[in-house]
Design a protein around this ligand. Structure first.
Ligand code: GLY
Length: 582
C-alpha cells in the first residue's frame, strides 16, 4: 500500500498545535488526526474514487463494482445490503430491518428508518409465561419473535429517492450469488456450526437450506446455493417491494406464521412503511455528529456521552489511561440509565431528545463524575443482571466519488434471527420482538433493561441500539462508521469517534484499538484484551468492576482526508470482512 509522506504530517501537526478554549478553560489540543503515515501502527486501505467497507468480502466487491459502473453511494449501499442477505445470512437480510444514515455531497443529512414493526395482534404481555415472567424463548426463537420486516421497503425507498440505478440492477448481484451459490467462508461456517445448530436445525425449511442431506451444516469452501432466495429476490427485481409486502412473498410469510402460531399477517405486511427521519445531531470539539434518531437509542446516547466527555480533557489523559476510561465509563452509565427510562418508538412515546442531548444536561452529569471513584450503578438506577450475547447485527459504510456517504446498520437481531425461514421464500425471519421490554425492568438478550416507553404495542418499532453515524468537519463529511454488537454498538461507535478526534488515531488505529464498555446494568466495566494490567488495577481501585471479555463490535468505517482521499478500515475482530475501493 502506498503511504503518505511525512511532510504532510508535519503541516497537519502544526495546524493542530493550537490550544482549544472551551467553557473558559484551556484544553490541550488533541493530537493531529493521522491518515495513515508511515510511522502509524496500523494502515488504512486507501482509494481515490469510492470505497465500501463491509463484513463480507464478496458483498464489498459488489458495492465497489456498482460504484465503478457509475452508481452513487446509495446505489452501492443497496446492492451491498441485498448481497449480504445471501452471503451473510447471520445478519444480512430481507426478513429483518435496520437504519440508513445518508449525508449527500451537498451536506444534506437524512435517516431512513426501516426497523421492524410489531404485528397488529401483538400485545404488551405476549412474552410472559403463566407465572408472569418474561419467556425469552418466545421472543427469540418462536414464530412470535418476528416483527414485520422493513429491509425491502427501506432499500426500495432509498434507491428510489436517492439512488440513480434501477432497483432490479441493484438486486442482480444478489440474485446471481443466491442462484449460482457462494463459497462458504470461515465466518459463515463457524456460525452455522454453532448458532445454526441451535436455531436452524429445528426448522425443516431452514435445515433444507443451510444443512446438507447428511444433516451437517455447510463447511468452509463448500458451495451454498439458495434457490428459493434467488426466486424471492427475482420477484422483487421484477415487481418491486410489492412482491414482498403484498405478493407471493407476503403469502409465504403470512402462511408460515398462520401455520405455526405467529401473529404477522398479510395486513401487517401491506401496512409496513419505511420512514425518513431527521437525524440526531450534535457537536463534539468542533466536529458535527449525525446519527440515528429513535427508534434507535444510538444517536441520542452517542451525542449525550460526547457532550459529557467534552467537559474533560481526554487528549491530555491519553488513550487507555485509567482516568480517560473512568470518565467514559461513568458517562456511559448515566446514558444507559436514561435509555432504560426514556427511549422508545417516537411514533408512540414522547422521547425527550432535546433534553437528553443538551449541553447543559451533559454538564450537570459531568459534574457528578468523580475521577477517583466510580458511582455504583445501583445509586444511578436499580435493575437486574443478564449475560451478554455475541455480535449479530451487521454494518457497512460507502462513500462515492462525489462525496455522498452512506452508513447502514441492519439485522435479524441474533444470529440467523428466529431461525425460521418463511415457507418457500428462502427468507430468514428476524427475532427483533426481543428488543421490546417483555416486562419492564427485566433485561433482554443484551442485558438491557427497558421501561414502559419500550413496552410491546401493535405497530410499534422496538427500541434499537444500532447507530450508523456520520461525522463532519468544516462542513464536509469526515468519518462514516457503525458497528454490530447489540448494546455495545453505542459505545463501540463512540470509541471510533473519540479515538479519532481526541487521540488522533487514523481510521485503522481507531478501529483496532482495544475497546471497553459500560452499560450501567450490569455494573461491570467490560474490557477487551490489550489494556495495560496497571490501568485495569487503577480502575478497580476507583471502584470499577472490571471484566475481561471477548471482542466487541465489528466496525466498518471510512474517513475522508483533507486531500479528498478515502481511508477505510474493516475490523480485525471479524474474519472475512473487507474494505476496498477504486
Ligand atoms: N437488535 C439489536 C438492536 O437493534 O439494537
Amino acid at each position: 500500500m502506498k503511504k503518505l509522506g511525512t511532510a504532510r504530517r508535519v503541516s497537519w501537526s502544526l495546524m493542530a498545535c493550537l490550544f482549544i478554549w472551551q467553557g473558559g478553560e484551556a484544553l490541550a489540543a488533541s493530537p493531529p488526526v493521522s491518515y495513515g503515515v508511515e510511522a502509524d501502527t496500523f494502515h488504512p486501505v486507501k482509494a481515490q474514487h469510492g470505497m465500501v467497507a463491509s463484513v463480507d468480502a464478496t458483498a464489498t466487491q459488489v458495492g465497489v463494482e456498482i460504484l465503478r459502473q457509475g452508481g452513487n453511494a446509495v446505489d452501492a449501499a443497496v446492492a451491498v445490503g441485498f448481497a449480504l442477505a445471501v452471503t451473510h445470512p447471520q445478519a444480512g437480510n430481507l426478513g429483518g430491518g435496520g437504519f440508513m444514515m445518508l449525508r449527500t455531497a451537498s451536506g444534506r443529512t437524512t435517516a431512513i428508518d426501516f426497523r421492524e414493526m410489531a404485528p397488529g395482534k401483538a400485545s404488551r404481555d405476549m412474552f410472559l409465561d403463566a407465572q408472569g415472567n418474561a419467556d425469552s424463548k418466545l421472543s427469540l426463537t418462536s414464530p412470535l419473535a418476528s416483527g414485520t420486516p422493513g429491509t425491502v421497503a427501506g432499500f426500495a425507498l432509498a434507491a428510489q429517492k436517492y439512488g440513480t440505478l434501477p432497483l432490479s440492477k441493484l438486486l442482480q448481484p444478489a440474485i446471481d450469488l443466491a442462484r449460482k451459490g457462494i463459497v462458504v467462508n470461515d465466518a459463515l461456517a463457524d456460525d452455522l456450526n454453532v448458532y445454526g445448530k441451535e436455531v436452524l436445525l429445528n426448522h425443516p425449511n431452514s435445515k433444507a437450506i443451510f444443512f446438507k442431506t447428511d444433516g451437517t451444516p455447510y463447511k468452509k469452501g463448500e458451495r451454498l446455493i439458495q434457490r428459493n432466495l434467488a426466486h424471492s429476490l427475482s420477484l422483487i427485481a421484477q415487481q418491486g417491494p410489492k412482491a414482498f409486502y403484498q405478493g407471493e412473498i407476503a403469502d409465504e410469510i403470512a402462511g408460515e406464521m398462520a401455520q405455526h402460531g405467529g401473529l404477522m399477517g398479510k395486513a401487517d405486511l401491506a401496512a409496513y412503511r419505511a420512514v425518513e427521519r431527521q437525524p440526531v445531531s450534535g457537536t463534539y470539539r468542533g466536529y458535527e455528529v449525525f446519527s440515528m434518531p429513535p427508534p434507535s437509542s444510538g444517536g441520542i446516547h452517542i451525542v449525550q456521552i460526547l457532550n459529557i466527555l467534552e467537559n474533560f480533557d481526554l487528549a491530555k489523559m491519553g488513550f487507555g489511561s485509567a482516568d480517560a476510561m473512568q470518565v467514559i465509563a461513568e458517562a456511559e452509565k448515566y446514558a444507559y440509565a436514561d435509555r432504560s427510562e426514556y427511549l422508545g418508538d417516537p411514533d408512540f412515546v414522547k422521547v425527550p431528545s432535546q433534553a437528553l442531548t443538551s449541553k447543559a444536561y451533559a454538564k450537570a452529569i459531568a459534574q457528578k463524575i468523580d475521577l477517583a471513584k466510580a458511582r455504583p450503578s445501583s445509586e444511578i438506577k436499580p435493575g437486574k443482571l443478564a449475560p451478554y450475547e455475541s455480535n449479530q447485527t451487521t454494518h457497512f459504510s460507502v462513500v462515492d466519488r462525489q462525496g455522498n456517504a452512506v452508513a447502514v446498520t441492519y439485522t435479524l437481531n441474533t444470529n440467523f434471527g428466529s431461525g425460521i425461514v418463511a415457507g418457500k421464500s428462502g427468507i430468514l425471519l428476524n427475532n427483533e420482538m426481543d428488543d421490546f421490554s417483555a416486562k419492564p425492568g427485566t433485561p433482554n438478550v443484551y442485558g438491557l433493561v427497558g421501561g414502559e416507553a419500550n413496552a410491546v404495542q401493535p405497530a410499534k418499532r422496538p427500541l434499537s441500539s444500532m447507530s450508523p453515524t456520520i461525522i463532519a468537519k468544516d462542513g464536509k463529511t469526515w468519518l462514516v462508521t457503525g458497528s454490530p454488537g447489540g448494546s455495545r454498538i453505542i459505545t463501540t461507535v463512540l470509541q471510533m469517534v473519540v479515538n479519532s478526534i481526541d487521540f488522533g488515531m487514523n481510521v485503522a488505529e481507531a478501529t483496532n484499538a482495544p475497546r471497553f464498555h459500560h452499560q450501567w446494568l450490569p455494573d461491570e466495566l467490560r474490557v477487551e484484551k490489550g489494556f495495560s494490567p496497571d490501568t485495569l488495577k487503577l480502575l478497580e481501585a476507583k471502584g470499577q468492576h472490571v471484566k475481561v471479555e471477548p471482542a466487541m463490535g465489528s466496525t466498518q468505517s471510512i474517513m475522508i482526508g483533507p486531500d479528498g482521499m478515502l481511508y477505510g478500515a474493516s475490523d480485525p475482530r471479524t474474519v472475512d470482512d473487507l474494505t476496498a475501493g477504486y
